[in-house]
Ligand binder design. Sequence first.
Ligand SMILES: Nc1ncnc2c1ncn2[C@@H]1O[C@H](COP(=O)(O)OP(=O)(O)OP(=O)(O)O)[C@@H](O)[C@H]1O
Ligand SMILES: N[C@@H](CCO)C(=O)O
Length: 321
Amino acid sequence: MAVYTDVSDEELGAFIEGYDVGRLLSFKGIAEGVENSNFLVHTDAASFILTLYEKRVNPNDLPYFLNLLQHLADKGLSCPQPVAASGGALLGELAGRPAALVTFLEGMWVKRPKTVHCGELGKAMARLHLAGQDYAGFRKNALDVHGWRPLFDQCSARSNEVHEGLADEIAAELSHLEASWPSDLPSGVIHADLFPDNVFFLGQELSGLIDFYFACNDAFAYDIAICLNAWCFEVDGAFNVTKAKALLKGYASVRPLTADESKALPILSRGAALRFLLTRLYDWLSVPEGAMVTPKDPLEYLKKLRFHQTVKNSEAYGLVA
Ligand SMILES: Nc1ncnc2c1ncn2[C@@H]1O[C@H](COP(=O)(O)OP(=O)(O)OP(=O)(O)O)[C@@H](O)[C@H]1O
Ligand SMILES: N[C@@H](CCO)C(=O)O
């Protein structure tokens, strides 16, 4: 997260008074992340995370996200739970933004995930997919293959400022993906942003998942492809097949992949790499003035994309045919 919107002590105090969560002791902005504004709130009863939803969140989607957290927690998944205000509403307004209070989850995210973490992640992701199967809400993925071109159109003119030739490279990839994107894969609720900073561990044990604000209904295997990108590359850009194997094995131990899903991993991984290349590129070119945020490097995902373009089949990800 980040802090885009300033909140005064008085505003926050008045907001918290609307909840039965004890007396406000302190709060501070959280610099991590890039999407929404987040504050860590301590009361004399417990700690909470207060989120003010920013640009990429459509306020109409907030009930989908907040009810999903509730649904998943009811199914035994460890994730933040929305806290209802005294009047019963999960969603409020603060400093002109939609805002919600959620419970604080214990644990730390792992900056350099090891193979064991990838295995745990795979299991947790599969559990999430199963737990979401009877969730009544539906949200189309706004950043699916159909959402990438409009995003590219908004930043294509300036992409070569970031890397010479980038506009042409993205345009070619986009056309390829639009022509060959698979449909009819098993689908349901996916997290869609399950990066290491959204997965908490206590030691080697996974303690919970956070940040469900890209969650949507899409192919389960696309969620896996996002994680192959986010968890299985080393800092020097090399793909670590051992980590991928552990991730896929962990996943399959809870929910086995269908043959179609296995076959689709290379194209889905290309798509996932392009999705994060595009959002990072857009953000890189449009940091709001005065915002407390560090944009993420788009070129990290260009390198990942180029790796996936060389992949011939899913065995490259450690799947045995
Ligand atoms: N429920 C929670 N419990 C504990 N810490 C949390 C919780 N929610 C958020 N945080 C803290 O706030 C940080 C930023 O949160 P989050 O990842 O949701 O932000 P974001 O802007 O959506 O980030 P991203 O760039 O991953 O989309 C987390 O790394 C974590 O330290
Ligand atoms: N996880 C994303 C940021 C949130 O969309 C990224 O690393 O680009």
